[in-house]
Design a binder for this molecule. Structure first.
Ligand code: FES
Length: 501
């Protein structure tokens, strides 16, 4: 009988379990409350747990065959997942004709993020989500943001080809790994749907992304693309369908279009704001007639870049801050740095205590964790330059929101909901985000996490061809606003640099 080690915030226990028993059943028998909105059908993906050395698995579909260690989500994380599910569109399973290419067809939804890649592997016969994997984007060594990647392509004759090969190799490694683990043939994967920002999609197809970085910011394509897997040398069925979901503009990619389309807003939400704070700050103000969108060059400060002890939301990151010695760390470890949500809490706390002034002045470094407390043996601090980076990032986002509001002729108190997309959105405390001026105060109580909406959009597209019509309808209402030459942007940006204490 395999030995299963179950780790959670409250307990750590090891027990012998019947070989082949479903992980969800084992956890329930052991007394763990699991959130299973689809009733264990394998379609909602909300019962997932982390298996060490393997990644996230869908526990209702996962038989335990060998010794393993699993990490249960914290209750707060489970309630975030429940809330996200409530805002996600549900569609009937209908993957389209490519599912007929195999007797046991599988598909993969891939969210190509600038920092990380998320894969959802789906059994297309049942619609069940078999596995979800998130890995770092291997292109990161060519630059943290899209502009550095574009520069690499512009300055190197083979640049676009090299970056394309990085992605293809990584997707292929995941396809082969999945086929090995699931015991299927690689040709059983017959459909792949990609979402991503416009630059990532150009690179995926080996198309020069150069024009995206320069006025008038005209990408080579924004429309949906359908290819055969053999066209990209993907390790799956050569005739399998590869779908690249449509984008709107140079900086509003299919990650945003599909993300908005994946939402099922409450009928009470007439006007709502969608905010995706990733490596850039993309946002959309959805009204019954129009969807006004823009991308603000917020830079990756909230992902830890340009912050002295900044880091992404990974193990060891300080994810929340309530005062000296009162911080929470991701994982059961000492802190190694601070991630975006912790940074917002910290700056809000320093502002409230008068240690940062309205113009962003801070007298010297502020020690968050001492050398003795940290995992690195070095003190973790916030520097005056970090505060400046936060000001630049929050001003870019706040200015974008104000410009969207003015185009829609609305004020912040007329916005019914704020959907915060991306992992970062799960952990932001809206009150602190409002204190530093990142979001309007009126939206504090109306903010809700929406999860990785880009990945969810890719997943919906993979499972159901009826998502195409929804995408089309959303795209027809979208209007892109270019902030870099917007007449109000400079004034807005200058005004929003201040902290309103
Ligand atoms: S309970 Fe829905 S996927 Fe497992």
């Amino acid at each position: 009988m395999p030995r299963l080690k179950i780790l959670s915030k409250e307990v750590s226990l090891t027990e012998k379990v019947p070989r082949g028993a479903m992980l969800l059943d084992i956890l329930r028998t052991a007394g763990h409350e699991m959130y299973t909105p689809c009733g264990g059908q394998g379609t909602c993906g909300k019962c997932r747990v982390y298996v060490r050395d393997r990644g996230y698995v869908t526990s209702c579909l996962f038989p335990v065959m060998e010794d393993m260690e699993i990490v249960l989500p914290e209750p707060s994380e489970a309630s975030i997942m429940a809330e996200q599910y409530a805002h996600t569109r549900q569609l009937p399973a209908d993957p389209g004709p490519s599912a007929r290419l195999s007797a046991h067809p599988y598909g993969v939804a891939v969210d190509l993020g600038t920092t990380s890649l998320v894969f959802h592997f789906v059994n297309l016969m049942t619609g069940a989500l078999v596995e979800t994997r998130a890995i770092l984007n291997p292109q990161a060594k060519y630059g943290a943001d899209v502009i550095s990647r574009i520069n690499y392509c512009v300055l190197n004759p083979q640049g676009a080809r090299i970056l394309q090969q990085e992605i293809i190799n990584t997707v292929n490694a995941e396809l082969l790994r999945f086929a090995g683990n699931a015991g299927t043939g690689k040709t059983d994967v017959v459909r792949i749907c990609f979402t991503g920002n416009t630059t990532m999609l150009h690179i995926l197809l080996g198309v020069d992304p150069g024009p995206i970085a320069y006025v008038p910011f005209t990408p080579a394509f924004t429309e949906e693309k359908i290819l055969r897997a053999a066209d990209l040398d993907l390790e799956c069925h050569p005739g399998g369908e590869v779908k690249i979901l449509p984008s709107l503009s140079a900086y509003i990619g299919s990650d945003i279009v599909a993300g908005i389309a994946s939402l099922k807003p409450s009928t009470a939400h007439k006007n709502y704001l969608f905010l995706d704070l990733g490596t850039n700050g993309e946002m959309a103000l959805c009204t019954p007639d129009r969807i006004y969108c823009c991308s603000s060059a917020a830079g990756p400060a909230f992902e830890g870049a340009n912050i002295e002890h900044g880091m992404g939301a990974a193990e060891g990151a300080i994810m929340s801050y309530d005062g000296p010695g009162r911080f929470r760390i991701i994982g059961d470890t000492r802190p190694t740095g601070i991630c975006g949500s912790g940074l917002i809490d910290l700056v809000a706390w320093l502002l409230a205590g008068g240690r940062i002034s309205g113009d962003g002045y801070m007298a010297g470094d502020f020690i968050i964790a001492t050398a003795a407390e940290s995992a690195t043996g070095q003190a973790i601090c916030l520097t005056p330059k970090d505060v400046r980076e936060v000001q630049l990032a929050k001003s870019a986002v706040a200015s974008g929101i104000n410009i969207l509001l003015s185009h829609a002729g609305l004020s912040a108190d007329q916005i019914d909901a704020l959907y915060l997309a991306g992992g970062f959105g799960n952990y932001i405390r809206p009150a602190n985000a409002a204190s530093i001026g990142l979001i309007p105060r009126e939206l504090c109580a109306r903010a809700m996490p929406a999860g990785n909406t880009s990945g969810t959009g890719a997943l919906l597209s993979l499972r159901s061809v009826s998502f195409d019509g929804i995408l089309e309808e959303i795209l027809s209402r979208m209007k892109n606003l270019e902030l870099s030459d917007h007449p109000d942007f400079v004034m807005q940006f200058a005004m929003n640099m201040e902290f309103h204490t």
